[in-house]
Design a protein around this ligand. Structure first.
Ligand code: GLP
Length: 246
């Protein structure tokens, strides 16, 4: 696990965008794994700026989103389908049929899992980009999730519901369940890049980096992968024992 600590979220996001564009340019049919949440917003803005100014071509890019809430219509403002359209896809020349997001509504969940798994099998991920939850989750793989898990439905942890309530009218409106790519599937990516910023991620980052792999901190599974880069701002890195300048 390689660690890079940046002075600002802006620098961290710029680095992540450069790495993403490099992956697109060096693969004939690049496959990206994408996260949602607040952390990747600046990265997505940099990708859009790059597309406008440098004309990076997304017509052959395939993307997988990690997760989706169960029970929200894909047009619901808080669905991750809507998030991706708003913050990235509609600004790029990416064909909609190349963008895979697990479906949390409208079809039986068993079918949603089957569809997503078979798409993953067809398109192995070149670069999986991740955020991290304050409780150490990756995607919506909450603490306790098996490292052997593939796509599955999960009950959201109370900490996750608390942290994500800011996006909803009230905590009661945060969905109880989600569908997520599993930890085993995440580890199949050829390369992984995790981004974390802010003090509220410092403990999760410390467990991920310094504790042995344990299902209590799902992100610690990344230690089992041989090509992982963790990008942090100073606040997220503040509890780490060693210094990791970039
Ligand atoms: C969300 C998503 C994760 C994301 C994490 C952190 O709930 N399911 O994929 O990485 O929690 O979110 P944020 O970046 O807003 O802190």
């Amino acid at each position: 696990m390689k660690l890079l600590v940046f002075d600002s979220v802006d620098e961290m996001s710029r680095y992540a965008a450069e790495k993403t564009v490099q992956t697109i340019e060096t693969n004939q049919r690049p496959v990206l794994g994408l996260p949602t949440g607040d952390t990747p917003l600046k990265l997505y803005q940099y990708l859009i700026d790059d597309h406008i100014h440098n004309h990076t071509d997304y017509s052959d890019v395939v993307t997988f989103n990690l997760d989706e809430y169960i029970g929200l219509d894909s047009k619901d403002y808080n669905s991750y389908h809507a998030y991706m359209q708003r913050h990235l896809f509609r600004h790029l020349n990416i064909p909609l049929e190349n963008t895979f997001i697990p479906k949390g509504n409208g079809i039986p969940l068993s079918k949603a899992i089957e569809d997503y798994e078979s798409a993953l099998e067809k398109h192995p991920i070149d670069l999986q980009i991740l955020g991290i939850g304050a409780n150490g989750h990756i995607g919506f793989n909450e603490p306790g999730t098996s490292f052997e898990s593939t796509t599955h439905v999960i009950e959201l942890d109370p900490i996750t519901k608390e942290n994500n309530k800011k996006h909803f009218p009230s905590r009661a409106k945060v969905p109880n369940k989600a569908i997520t790519m599993g930890i085993h599937s995440i580890l199949q990516a050829k390369e992984i890049m995790l981004l974390a910023s802010g003090t509220n991620k410092a403990e999760a980052v410390q467990s991920m980096v310094e504790a042995p792999p344990t299902t209590e901190c799902p992100a610690s599974a990344l230690k089992l992968h041989n090509k992982v880069t963790v990008l942090l701002d100073k606040e997220a890195a503040k509890l780490l024992k060693e210094e990791h300048p970039c």
